[in-house]
Ligand binder design. Structure first.
Ligand SMILES: Nc1nc2c(ncn2[C@@H]2O[C@H](COP(=O)(O)OP(=O)(O)OP(=O)(O)O)[C@@H](O)[C@H]2O)c(=O)[nH]1
Ligand SMILES: [Mg+2]
Length: 325
């Protein structure tokens, strides 16, 4: 595979090349990893910048339905939209976004949209590192908006927040008690809360829920990356396509403000540092699994168990052998 050519095609907006590139970065084969690193390095200079939006919500809250109508609204405005997923349990029915293709039927046929399910790896860390590269690929391919979906299971939200510019939390209308069901840490991450299903019989409850969350947001510590009045809570109806333009305007306003005040670039720089450290950490751990090191680990562990060496001394010997390796 010619990586230079692949990079050129991705930048030219060739969708098949983009799909191939995503497959390449998702692979854990050592030779693929090397090619992927080369590809990412070539694309780094594309100079393109999408708005990266993380979207989280518990199963059934309407993520797929929302992405379909929100995505169609964006492409209707002439924007190009990519949708990716970070799903640690993507073994189930081939990932959360394509499992229910019916809910994204129009968007998946839209030439200005690109939809990609979560890579199927069992470890969240692996899924997240690859998804982060997929986000950068979509950005280099010229997409204006990259949506990264995740199901609300705690740790995956943190990962998604580390690869996006905005974090949107989708919630369902609910009684007051359930407000506490949203973990404080997740609330603190949210840049925008959208209470979905604000239609029909649920409309009133949704409005009340939204007011409750707006109140809860005001009680949180003010963050430097927010202008006055943010983060906000709003109601939407993904099914009736209500409130979507308003949600996008709010997101755009926040992004513009953060760009103008240096927070946008600072956040991306912090994220780059974070992923660099993650890669190093993961690379070190992977080296422990390589043939020679693995055998040495096992032998030293045995020696420690038999009392022939102290744990700390054995660990030092192991680390020194890695350093030589
Ligand atoms: N009334 C109403 N129902 C909605 C709305 N959005 C989604 N739903 C319904 O909620 C159910 C779940 O919607 P999905 O879009 O599949 O939810 P999801 O969050 O993607 O669910 P998972 O993929 O299982 O995590 C479906 O029956 C939808 O029709 C909405 O705006 N209003
Ligand atoms: Mg879904």
């Amino acid at each position: 595979m010619d990586i230079g050519q692949l990079a050129e095609k991705v930048i030219a907006g060739d969708r098949r090349a983009l799909a191939r590139a995503v497959t390449l970065v998702e692979s854990s084969r050592a030779d693929h990893r090397e090619m992927a690193a080369e590809l990412m390095e070539l694309l780094r200079a594309s100079g393109r910048e999408a708005v990266r939006i993380g979207l989280s919500g518990t199963p059934g809250v309407g993520k797929s339905t929302f992405i379909e109508s929100f995505g169609m609204m964006l492409t209707g405005q002439g924007l190009r939209v990519a949708v990716l997923a970070v799903d640690p349990s993507s073994a189930r029915s081939g990932g959360s976004i394509l499992g229910d293709k019916t809910r994204m039927e129009k968007l998946s046929r839209d030439p200005n949209a690109f939809i990609r399910p979560s890579p199927s790896q069992s470890q969240l860390g692996g899924v997240a590192r690859r998804s982060r590269e997929a986000v950068a690929l979509c950005e280099a391919a010229g997409f204006d908006v990259v949506l990264v979906e995740t199901v609300g299971v705690g740790q995956s939200e943190t990962m998604v927040a580390e690869m996006t510019d905005l974090f949107v939390l989708l919630l369902a209308p609910a009684g007051g008690d359930e407000l506490q069901g949203v973990k404080r840490g997740i609330m603190e991450m949210a840049d925008l809360i959208l209470v979905n299903k604000a239609d029909g019989a649920l409309k009133e409850t949704a409005t009340r829920t939204c007011a409750d969350y707006a109140g809860a947001l005001r009680l949180l510590r003010k963050r430097p990356q927010d202008p006055e009045g943010y983060p906000k809570a709003m109601t939407v109806s993904a099914i009736e396509e209500q409130g979507l333009e308003g949600a996008w305007e709010t997101m755009s306003e926040l992004v513009d403000w953060r760009r103008a005040h240096g927070h946008f670039a600072r956040n991306r720089a912090d994220q780059a540092r974070f992923w660099f450290r993650e890669e190093v950490r993961h690379g070190l751990l992977a080296r422990l699994d390589e043939g020679g090191a693995k055998a040495r680990m096992a032998a030293l562990a045995e020696a420690v168990a038999l009392g022939e060496a102290a744990p700390a001394a054995a660990a030092r010997e192991m680390l020194e052998s890695l350093g030589r390796g």
